[in-house]
Design a protein. Structure first.
Length: 611
């Protein structure tokens, strides 16, 4: 038999045969999978994702911290910012800003009924707990925990609402880079869209506040260190001035008049700067007064506003948009989509123009306030210098000390004023610049579950999973169920088949003996014909009927086949070779006291012995 088994090339029809054979399995798996996915999708709690975009840049021009500048190609920079966004300090700020009591109920919703999926998860968790109780795992773990807690002396304290809220926010925040940019997307998912948007905006604001605090703290350390060094240097300078003055007085190499010759130049310089600051303040005061007293609609009549490049650019864009609307109105009606789009563009430009006008007004106001500060500062310096000049004759030594102190203070003050004019002392000292370029909005549609995607995946998973399961079961199945299975596995032909006999009142043998013209009887006649014609010249004289295991019907087939052959007038000898459970004597109603076993044992079986 084994020699007849040959390797057979797999054909497409073999796959189709498996699919047809296992179609029930495929359909069942498909229905179960698809229905499960649909139920899970439509019973899942909708989750809304809200996101805000922030642009993060490294500042490489910090003079106060020049020794600690970031390199332009720092690969760990963005990852550090991601960790800072999700840090405990930022999360704590968010929780405090939102209010733990209010947002705890919005997120955890203690009065809300659990969903089907939540009930299923709870049931699974309860089942796991029961299994652990049966196996004694919980007792073992609890005893270990008690030992550890007893050794450490630490008691487990339940989390407060604020701590639970912080944990949820920390685990829910995601920070991802936007490809090919310095923009970072900060997102959060919640079942309440307004809560998701509020948390994301609060995270961005808290992140910026935390950066400012960190950078201000670092700058404070640096400035404090410099102040200490400056104070020591000032004292050293004062001491050196005293020594120098004592030396000059002892040797009479300088007089008060000689020293006073340098003061007029300084007073003239301060007076000139005071005049410049006063002139600048008056000019800005005039412009600011016009801006403050004029209506928003007439701001463009002021030259300082008109010269603003942003306002001028928007005006040109508005003019172009109005010309476009005029041209489109000649061809289309007011409700035409192109007309509506053009009108919307014009409205957006006007809104943008209004924003730019406000920015221009604010810029003028800032310059005016800075000019006032400069004028006041120079006036104080000028008054101080005049006072020093008046006191120089009586306190020459103190004048020298104060002169150095004023020069030092003036240098530091001028440096700070310069920084304020450039970008502001706080921004200039920052090592990281962050801008919120797109605030989070309340999402209109849930991010999960994605019903279309889930249903499509359910269809695909159900179909291909069912097909895969069908082929897997076919691979595991080594039984013979069809004639094609015999031909495929053993490469031998099937000469005949017998219909499955389903009659509880009589056996198949009784049916064949009682009704020779029945369909089952015809099956055995067909078997007889196939066997006899398998070799027309030399029909087989001996036929072996056997099977792999007991109860498969070999005795019944043998008796029915013998009856079918006997009907052709041939003599048939049936030998029951089943030594353990012989059956032929029962079928034909004979005594089996002497038979094949007696013959094999060498006993005399002449007479009515049953073979």
């Amino acid at each position: 038999m084994t020699e007849n088994i040959q390797e057979k090339e797999i054909h497409l029809k073999d796959y189709l045969r498996v699919l047809k054979k296992r179609r029930g399995t495929i359909i069942t798996f498909f229905i179960l999978t698809f229905v499960t996915v649909v139920i899970a999708t439509y019973t899942a709690t909708p989750m809304f994702r809200s996101g805000t975009k922030v642009m993060i840049e490294k500042n490489t021009s910090s003079d106060l911290n020049s020794a600690y500048r970031y390199t332009p190609y720092d690969p760990e920079f963005l990852e550090t910012q991601y960790q800072l966004i999700k840090s405990a300090a930022v999360v704590e700020k968010v929780a405090n800003n939102l209010g733990p009591e209010k947002f705890y109920d919005l997120i955890f919703k203690p009065d809300e009924k659990p969903s089907v999926i939540a009930i299923a998860k709870a049931w699974v968790n309860d089942l796991v707990v029961d299994i652990k109780d049966v196996l004694g795992i919980d007792r073992l773990l609890s005893s270990e925990d008690e030992e550890v807690s007893g050794e450490s002396g630490i008691e487990t304290v339940p989390l407060t609402k604020a701590e639970q809220l912080e944990e949820v926010i920390k685990n829910g925040i995601t920070a991802e880079p936007v490809s090919n940019s310095r923009v970072v997307q900060i997102s959060f998912m919640a079942d309440n869209p307004a809560v998701a948007a509020k948390i994301v905006n609060s995270v961005a604001q808290a992140y910026i506040e935390e950066l400012v605090e960190m950078q201000m703290e670092a700058s404070g350390y640096s400035i404090g260190w410099m102040k200490k060094k400056a104070d020591l240097q000032r004292k050293s300078l004062e001491e050196s001035e005293r020594i120098l003055h004592a030396y000059k007085k002892e040797h009479d190499i300088i007089t008060i008049e000689d020293r006073l010759t340098v003061l007029p130049e300084r007073l003239s310089d301060l007076s000139r700067k005071m005049t410049q600051a006063e002139t600048e303040r008056k000019e800005l005061e005039s412009v600011y007064s016009q801006v403050k007293n004029i209506s928003r609609d007439n701001l463009e009549t002021i030259p300082a506003i008109v010269e603003n490049t942003s306002v001028d650019s928007i005006n040109r864009a508005i003019l172009a948009a109005e010309q476009k609307i005029s041209e489109l109105s000649k061809q289309y009606g007011s409700k035409h989509p192109r007309m509506m789009t053009a009108k919307n563009e014009l409205a957006d430009l006007k809104k943008k123009k209004y924003t730019e006008l406000n920015k221009a007004v604010q810029t003028i106001k800032n310059k005016y306030q800075l000019a006032i500060s400069n004028e006041k500062s120079f006036k104080e310096l000028l008054d101080q210098s005049k006072f020093q000049t008046s006191q120089l004759g009586e306190k020459s030594i103190q004048l020298e000390i104060l002169k150095r102190k004023v020069e030092t203070n003036r240098f530091l003050y001028d440096a700070l004023i310069k920084k304020i004019k450039e970008e502001g002392i706080t921004e200039q000292s920052q090592s990281v610049n962050v801008w919120v370029i797109e605030k989070a909005r309340v999402p209109e549609f849930p991010a999960t579950p994605n019903k279309k995607r889930n249903i499509l995946l359910g269809l695909i998973l159900g179909l291909f999973g069912g097909i895969g399961l069908a082929f897997f079961l076919e691979y595991l199945d080594t039984t013979i169920k069809t004639p094609e299975d015999i031909e495929e596995k053993f490469n031998i032909p099937v000469i005949a088949t017998v219909d499955l006999f389903k009659n509880k009142d009589k056996t198949i043998v009784e049916h064949v003996f009682d009704d020779p013209s029945s369909m089952v009887s015809e099956n055995f006649k067909s078997m007889r014909t196939s066997i006899l014609l398998s070799s027309p010249d030399h029909p087989p004289k001996t036929i072996l009927v056997t099977s792999m295991t007991s109860g498969e019907g070999k005795s019944s087939v043998c008796a029915c086949l013998a009856s079918a052959i006997a009907q052709t007038g041939k003599k048939v000898l049936v030998i029951d070779g089943d030594m353990r459970r012989p059956t032929q004597h029962k079928i034909f109603g004979l005594d089996n006291s002497a038979g094949l076993s007696s013959l094999l044992a060498g006993m005399d079986v002449s007479g009515d012995a049953l073979i």
